[in-house]
Design a protein. Structure first.
Length: 75
């Protein structure tokens, strides 16, 4: 899942370690999330969104498949 965490963190002037402390995870976890190697749990995604004062969907973006179509999701 793509995300805007790196850009949002930079806007705040926070290091990965500072963001990690604010949301209660390791710096390695923030690094993995930023690089798309780890998708956060829903509770962690909410904590990240809360720290930035945004909604989850403003931070985490749906992946698009190779045809440019967004992945199907249930509502």
């Amino acid at each position: 899942m793509k995300n805007r965490i790196r850009a949002l963190r930079a806007e705040q002037g926070w290091s990965q370690a500072e963001l990690a402390e604010r949301v209660g995870v390791s710096r390695n976890s923030i690094n993995a999330i930023e690089n798309g190697k780890f998708d956060p749990s829903l509770p962690l995604a909410f904590r990240i969104a809360d720290v930035f004062g945004l909604k989850i969907e403003d931070i985490f973006l749906r992946d698009e498949d190779s045809s440019g179509q967004r992945s199907a999701r249930t509502e």
